[in-house]
Structures are given as structure tokens and as C-alpha cells.
Design a protein around this ligand. Structure first.
Ligand SMILES: C[S@@+](CC[C@H](N)C(=O)[O-])C[C@H]1O[C@@H](n2cnc3c(N)ncnc32)[C@H](O)[C@@H]1O
Length: 363
């Protein structure tokens, strides 16, 4: 169609322009959420105990008086992205019946509250940190160059080295991971049988040990070891059946009945994953039992899952391309990894949020 003079051209042109504008500015959804969390808006509304008016919100946030109307615009965006809802106008008896719109939380905002179990705001802040977001600008040049990742092109070092060299971001990243791991308590309760019969477990790349702590409390007879890079586990105190060991999983992995890897293999290329899996195999076999590996990671299943779920997984895959050498994998790609690493059986036990619980056995 001639987009200038053709019949229906102006409708078609505005449709195409809207599509383009929406894509140019899609990051607005990410950044307005980041700002809302930075200002603590979801928690302020939650603690208010009832829908909050713009004036009340502006006063609690100590917004500069000239910026209250801008706050209205931020809230309007958050309403559109589904994190806030607008309620019926509140009537102020003390202000001659003046009516004002009020804002309340939606179900989606519950996961960005400063909640000790379900709150994911540290994850949002870690992923939308400038160190991560700026690396996107290197993607185009990275495709033509030889650097390992766009992150390396931007920062001159790999992601995990950057976490070590920049402890402020390193801690924020570990907190982001821990916030996601706290949600594991439900999974561990629902899939107890996975841990039955185990006497020991090593949580490879276990970060600050959130998942291991949940397992060690649910199964006091299992000796749990959190294994991560030395600077990550330095100064973390052992506790009853939970201990921390520093090391490099590409060198060797402590022996145990089972190895747990949550959000580990998606950080690494196929070759690197095969290397890790082979070391896991040595670690579980050295106990004299057959042992198993428990993996918690994304499985892309485009044919069967909802479009929005696949989209979130593809976004995560792109994030892996930016930050590390890894990727999100389909069932077929996981299977190939396991077979190439010398494992003969695996079972995708259940999906949990965007991730799945996978068991891998040597025999
Ligand atoms: C994406 S995080 C996952 C953390 C944790 N499993 C979770 O889901 O909350 C990856 C972890 O792998 C660790 N890691 C990276 N390289 C490692 C290595 N060579 N040896 C051991 N751990 C490593 C990082 O320090 C980080 O804690």
C-alpha cells in the first residue's frame, strides 16, 4: 500500500506509527517500575491501608510541590502497566466534599513489596541497574566483534568479575538472587519427595545460601553445603547442618548425594555446561551412590505455553546474551546437554513460575 496516498493510508500509517512508538519506548514500562520501587511507592500504598490520593502520596514521598502533576503522570503509567489500579474518587469531608482519585495496589504489585518472602524488588533493581542496562548499547558492535559478551565490551570484564570488583553491585545482585530464591520454600514443600533419601546436598553457585537454608530447615538431617566463588561466601557463618565452601565449579565440586543448581546452567554456554555437569557427575558418584542433580532453570516451550510466558522467557534469554555466555533452553536443548555430559535419564518434574524443576540421573 502507498502509505501516503493509498486508500486507508492514514489509518495504516497511524497503526504502524503506534506500533513503532510503542516499541521505541517499551523501556518506559521497565523504568517507571524501577522508579516506583526506588521511591517505595508500592510499600507506601500498602502501609497506608486504604487507597491513597495523589496529594497523600506526594506528601508521604516528600515530592517537590512543582512535581505533583508529574507524579500523576507516573501513576497513570503504572496503572496502564497493571501495577497500580485507580479506585472510585475519595470524598474529603474536611475539604468541603472535594473529590479526588485514589490509587490502590493490584495483584502484580504484591510481588514488588518489601515482603520477606514474595518481594522481588531487589531482583528488579539488580536487573535494571545501569551496569546491566548500559551493556545493551554494546549489542550491535558486539555482534561484529570478538568480545565474549556485550557486558565485557561495555565494562572490560565478565559479569561475575564485575560483581567481585564492584562489591556494591555484587551485593545488590546477590540480594536480587536471594529474593527470587525465597519463593523456593513453597516448591520445596510441594516437592518434598525430591529430597527424601538424601543425606547430603551441595548447592552449586548457591549465592548467599537462601535455597540451602530453606532445605536445611525443612530437612534437618541433610548436610547442606553452599558452594560459590570465595568472595561470595566469605564471612557467611555456617549454621547447624548448613555450611559455606568457596571454590570454582570449573575446578572441582564437593562430593554429595545430590547437586542442586538453581539459575546456574543458563549462565553458561553448552560447552561450559557440559564441563560443569561432568564435574557434578564426579561429585555425586564419589559418595558411592548413584546420586542425582536437581536443576531449577527455564525450559522454553513455545508450542504449549502462553504467549506472555514465552515472551518473558525470551526476554530472559536476551538478558543472558547481554550478560554472560549462557542462554535459556528448550527441552530438546536440555536433553542434548544431559546426554552429551554422560547422563542417561532426566525428568522435568514440574514448572514453577517461569522456571522448571528438573532431575538428572547418571543411570
Ligand atoms: C545467577 S546466580 C544464581 C544464584 C543462586 N543459585 C540463586 O538462584 O539464587 C549464579 C551464581 O553462580 C555463582 N558462580 C559464578 N561462577 C562460579 C564459579 N566458577 N564457581 C562457583 N560459583 C560460581 C555466582 O557467584 C552466583 O552466585
Amino acid at each position: 500500500m502507498d502509505l501516503v496516498n493509498g486508500e486507508g493510508a492514514s489509518d495504516e500509517l497511524s497503526r504502524l506509527q503506534s506500533h513503532l512508538y510503542k516499541n521505541i519506548l517499551s523501556f518506559t514500562d521497565s523504568m517507571s517500575l524501577y522508579c516506583a520501587i526506588q521511591l517505595g511507592i508500592p510499600d507506601i500504598i500498602h502501609n497506608h491501608g486504604q487507597p491513597i490520593t495523589l496529594k497523600q502520596l506526594a506528601s508521604k514521598l516528600r515530592i517537590h510541590p512543582q512535581k505533583t502533576s508529574c507524579m500523576h503522570r507516573l501513576m497513570r503509567l503504572l496503572v496502564h502497566s497493571g501495577f497500580i489500579t485507580k479506585t472510585a474518587p475519595v470524598v474529603h469531608e474536611d475539604q468541603e466534599g472535594e473529590e479526588e482519585e485514589a490509587y490502590a495496589l493490584t495483584a502484580s504489585s504484591r510481588v514488588v513489596l518489601e515482603d520477606k518472602v514474595t518481594g522481588l524488588s531487589p531482583l528488579v533493581q539488580a536487573i535494571l541497574d545501569p551496569a546491566v542496562v548500559n551493556s545493551w548499547y554494546s549489542l550491535g558492535d558486539w555482534f561484529r566483534g570478538t568480545e565474549l559478551t556485550p557486558f565485557v565490551k561495555e565494562h572490560g570484564m565478565g559479569f561475575f568479575d564485575y560483581c567481585k570488583q564492584n562489591p556494591e553491585y555484587g551485593v545488590a545482585f546477590d540480594e536480587g538472587m536471594a529474593s527470587d530464591s525465597r519463593l523456593m520454600s513453597k516448591v520445596i514443600k510441594d516437592y518434598k519427595t525430591i529430597f527424601e533419601g538424601l543425606d547430603s546436598l551441595v548447592d552449586v553457585g548457591g549465592g548467599s545460601g537462601t535455597v540451602s537454608r530453606i532445605i536445611s530447615e525443612a530437612f534437618p538431617h541433610i548436610k547442606c553445603t553452599v558452594f560459590d566463588l570465595p568472595h561470595v561466601v566469605a564471612n557467611l557463618p555456617d549454621d547447624k547442618n548448613l555450611k559455606y565452601v568457596g571454590g570454582d565449579m570449573f575446578q572441582s565440586i564437593p562430593a554429595a548425594d545430590a547437586i542442586l543448581m538453581k539459575w546456574i546452567l543458563h549462565d553458561w554456554s553448552d560447552e561450559e555446561c557440559i564441563d560443569i555437569l561432568k564435574r557434578c557427575k564426579e561429585a555425586i558418584r564419589s559418595k558411592g551412590k548413584d546420586g542425582k542433580i536437581i536443576i531449577i532453570d527455564v525450559v522454553i516451550n513455545e508450542e504449549e505455553e502462553q504467549h506472555d510466558i514465552t515472551k518473558a522467557k525470551l526476554f530472559s534469554d536476551a538478558l543472558m546474551m547481554i550478560l554472560v555466555t549462557g542462554k535459556e533452553r528448550t527441552k530438546k536443548e536440555w536433553e542434548k546437554l544431559f546426554l552429551d555430559a554422560g547422563f542417561s535419564h532426566y525428568k522435568i518434574v514440574a514448572p514453577y513460575g517461569l522456571k522448571s524443576l528438573i532431575e538428572v540421573y547418571p543411570y
